[in-house]
Design a protein. Structure first.
Length: 572
């Protein structure tokens, strides 16, 4: 299906529908042509079979009449007298006249031949001829009478006044009282007469009369008389099973058997002649189909053009869209799937413009904040200088505690500002907390202590600035404010690629600060604020627990991912 990715939807759809229609139409035409051809062939074969049956009945009737005539002629007394050596001229002439009258009176007879011992002299002008019995016994057809008294011996050539002529002979033995052959009577048919029999019923096919030796006895086209008939192939049965016919590329062959004579009638019809009407219909149908195909292709093209018009419109809108620079007219008259596409596109650009506007507004706010931060850079320097002056004044007066307080405040201020950085290493964050705790030790005048245990493996991991100080400050203000021997223990360790931070105090417990809903503002930061910041930095992959210790006080447990690369923070 790679072509679906290479070519346009319009082209693929047009070609697919066109090919589908042409294939369907071609199949219909072909099936119609084959069905009509088969039906015409079957009807033609059936009609030819009917005609052959009628012709067969007529031929069989003619042949039986000739056989009966041969029986009558063989029993004439004049013939018996001539055979029995009563060879007077009177008897010979009388027999010749009688047989000639039979030939002339029977329009189907061509001539009569008598083979006997001592044959009389015959006139070459007469249709009656006499030959010696020895000639018959030496002929190539005598074997056909070996076990029969009468037989049709097929095509022979006989000498007539006009020369040699082909005849179809029926021969009959004339036996004496001892059963010996004393003469043979032959009644001859002219193939032209037999051809007239074949033409007894109208038929457009070429008819052949074939004997059991496959010799052509007669045909309606005057060809092949006496030659062997060469079949075009093996016959097959039609659906009727009683009408054998053969179909090949050249002709339709239908047969009918003359069972009593072992003869066969064969009708051959050129296949072209049978199918000419179907081919003409097929040509006209093809011409009509061509016109229909052209019309359908035009309709399909116009329909596909209309179907792909919304796609082109949508593509044009998308290619020419510019944020806040282009006023686009999106079609709204489509109520189908294309209408859904245009509505979706309209909603998309609306959301895109809203997002763009919000980003612009956010950018403006950031710029204003940067300007304000730039303007506020003067204040830290002023504070640093002021704290330094106060520190030197305290040193001059010998107030060491005040000097240390001012120095610690300056360091905390520098760490808190940290050149605008939002992230510090845990080591720096711990140093900041240490300075805050030292201030608290000075403030409480020795009634407070602290202990920090930092695993060196996590010291270089990053943490959001001012994460620990709010929890420590909250513990001092709410847990150790009235304690005489307050102590805070901070433990930072690593477990399963996560940093575990524990902040413990030995104060009065959590009940002392629940009255303010755990949202006490200390130095501008609260615990909820720290939670929100950590969730933003670590994508809510943070766990914060505040529990009362059994021995007194509160433990804060922070579990955060270990990150040593600033770029991996989701908030940045």
């Amino acid at each position: 299906m790679d072509f679906l990715n290479k070519y346009s939807f319009k082209l693929v759809l047009f070609v697919s529908l066109s090919v589908f229609f042409i294939v369907i139409l071609s199949t219909i035409i072909y099936v119609n042509y084959r069905v009509s051809i088969n039906e015409i062939v079957h009807l033609s074969a059936t009609q030819q079979k009917t005609n052959l049956d009628l012709i067969k009945q007529n031929i069989e009737q003619k042949l039986r009449s000739l056989e009966a005539n041969a029986v009558v002629l063989s029993r004439q007394s004049s013939l018996n007298k001539v055979i029995n050596n009563h060879t007077g001229d009177y008897l010979g002439n009388s027999l010749t006249i009688d047989f000639s009258n039979s030939v002339y009176s029977n329009g189907d007879l061509h001539s009569i031949e008598v083979f006997m011992n001592n044959p009389p002299t015959s006139n070459i002008h007469n249709p009656v001829r006499y030959y010696s019995l020895e000639e018959a016994e030496q002929s190539n057809w005598i074997h056909l009478l070996a076990n029969k008294n009468a037989a049709w011996i097929g095509i022979r050539s006989i000498e007539m006044f006009a020369g040699e002529e082909h005849v179809i002979s029926h021969t009959r033995k004339i036996l004496n009282s001892r059963g010996q052959t004393q003469a043979i009577l032959s009644l001859n048919l002219d193939p032209l007469i037999t051809e007239n029999w074949l033409r007894s019923h109208p038929n457009d096919s070429t008819l052949y009369l074939i004997n059991e030796q496959s010799h052509i006895l007669a045909s309606t086209d005057h060809t092949g008389i006496g030659e062997n008939y060469i079949s075009s192939g093996d016959f097959k049965n039609s659906p009727d099973q009683n009408e054998p016919y053969l179909i090949n590329k050249d002709e339709l062959v239908v047969t009918a058997d003359l069972l009593n004579y072992n003869w066969e009638l064969v009708a051959t019809t050129p296949y072209e002649q049978i199918t000419v009407s179907s081919k003409q219909v097929a040509k006209e149908l093809l011409l009509f189909s061509l016109i229909i195909t052209i019309f359908v292709l035009i309709v399909v093209y116009l329909l596909i053009k209309q179907l792909t018009k919304p796609i082109r419109q949508l593509t044009h809108l998308m290619n020419n869209y510019q944020l806040n620079r282009t006023i686009q007219v999106v079609p709204d008259d489509y109520k189908n799937e294309f209408g859904h596409l245009f509505v979706g596109y309209k909603n998309l650009i609306t959301r895109s413009e809203n997002l763009y506007n919000s980003l612009i507004e956010q950018y403006k706010r950031h710029k204003r904040a940067d300007i304000r931060a730039l303007q506020a850079n003067i204040n830290p320097h002023f504070l640093y200088n002021t704290l330094d002056q106060l520190n030197w004044r305290a040193i001059e007066r010998g107030d060491d505690d005040m000097s240390e307080i001012l120095e610690l405040l300056g360091d905390m201020l520098r760490t808190g500002l940290s050149n605008g950085e939002n992230l510090l290493t845990i080591e720096d964050e711990v140093e900041y907390v240490k300075k805050y705790l030292k201030l608290q030790v000075i403030r409480m005048q020795g009634t407070f202590c602290y202990q920090i245990d930092l695993n060196e493996q996590v010291s270089h991991a990053f943490i959001p600035k001012l994460t620990l100080q709010p929890f420590v400050e909250n513990a001092i203000i709410h847990g150790l404010q009235e304690a005489e021997d307050g102590c805070i223990t901070i433990s930072i360790d690593e477990k399963d690629e996560q940093i575990h931070i524990s902040i413990k105090d030995n104060g009065v417990g959590a009940d002392s600060f629940s009255k303010n809903d755990n949202n006490i503002k200390t130095g501008g930061y609260g615990i909820e604020n720290v939670k929100d910041r950590l969730n933003n930095y670590y994508s809510y992959n943070v766990k914060i627990c505040l529990v009362n210790r059994p021995e007194g006080g509160v433990e804060v447990l922070l579990i955060i991912p270990k990150i040593v690369d600033k770029n991996k923070f989701s908030f940045l």
